[in-house]
Design a protein around this ligand. Structure first.
Ligand code: A2P
Length: 250
């Protein structure tokens, strides 16, 4: 799976169609959306607009909790996206009948409609509940993860169970204070990168896949340009020390 992807939250209509095509034509190989973002049709148009073949990119989406007992929901999602399969589908939140919904993911996985299944925003006890009841263990777990809230509550558990972590809000959703943090800004100067690139590089070196969102073409290109430098051990520790243990949502 690509180690960094393009996030599509709060982007709609022609803007997201163009941004998805731009992302795929400028180095991104993973596009992340969700039923609840309300933009899957336009994301699907962007995939086509890119001119790429289906096998040349990873597509990820999230099943919305109101659809957890809707047996048509996965087929409807594929239809909205205009594809025969998605590379990753995860449950968006640990609410409603998530056990039933996970079984729907397993069934679609066996049918080849989903290549990897997983969870988002689950706590350790809830992931364990899935592990206890499932046939196919979750492969992906998407959670809020950035220097101010580095997903400590699930990090070790997911590593131990070979569940690949992904980060939503990798840039703190554009949190100015985070992007102007002294430690991050000084590393940006040292490596001739911007603050966003330092954060995304740190997430990558932590072994987590980030899904930064941007509506700006220069920032979109910059956010994937993080593979030509490396933070040293001391710098990784300095980044880890920024943890405030405060999530942006409950
Ligand atoms: P913009 O769309 O104008 O680029 P997250 O991915 O954590 O949700 O953050 C997305 C927010 O961060 C958006 O408001 C986006 O604004 C902003 N953003 C994206 N890339 C960068 C960057 N490299 N530096 C600063 N802000 C960024």
């Amino acid at each position: 799976i690509p180690q960094l992807g393009f996030g599509t939250i709060q982007q709609f209509d022609k803007q997201i169609e163009d941004n998805v095509a731009f992302a795929l034509n400028n180095g991104y190989e993973l596009i992340d959306t969700a039923n609840r973002y309300g933009n899957e049709v336009e994301v699907g148009k962007g995939l086509k607009l890119s001119g790429l073949k289906r096998e040349d990119y990873f597509l990820e989406t999230k099943l919305g909790p109101t659809l957890y007992e809707n047996d048509q929901a996965i087929d409807d999602t594929l239809k909205r996206l205009g594809v025969d399969y998605v590379d990753v589908m995860i449950l968006h939140h640990p609410v409603n009948n998530y056990i039933y919904a996970y079984k729907m993911l397993e069934k679609a996985y066996k049918e080849g409609k989903i290549k990897a299944i997983g969870l988002s925003n689950f706590r350790v006890e809830q992931i364990q509940e899935i592990l206890d009841q499932c046939e196919i263990p979750p492969m992906i777990m998407q959670v809020e993860c950035h220097p101010y809230y580095p997903a400590e509550h699930v990090y070790d558990f997911c590593k131990e169970h070979h569940i690949q972590l992904q980060s939503w809000y990798p840039l703190g959703h554009g949190n100015k204070e985070l992007l102007e943090n002294e430690t991050i800004v000084s590393l940006a100067k040292k490596y001739n990168k911007n603050a966003g690139q330092i954060i995304l590089r740190w997430i990558y070196q932590e072994g987590v896949i980030s899904l930064p969102k941007s509506t700006n073409e220069e920032r979109m290109k910059g956010n994937i340009d993080i593979f030509d430098f490396e933070l040293n051990e001391e710098e990784m520790k300095a980044m880890q020390a920024l943890d405030t243990n405060k999530p942006s949502h409950n």
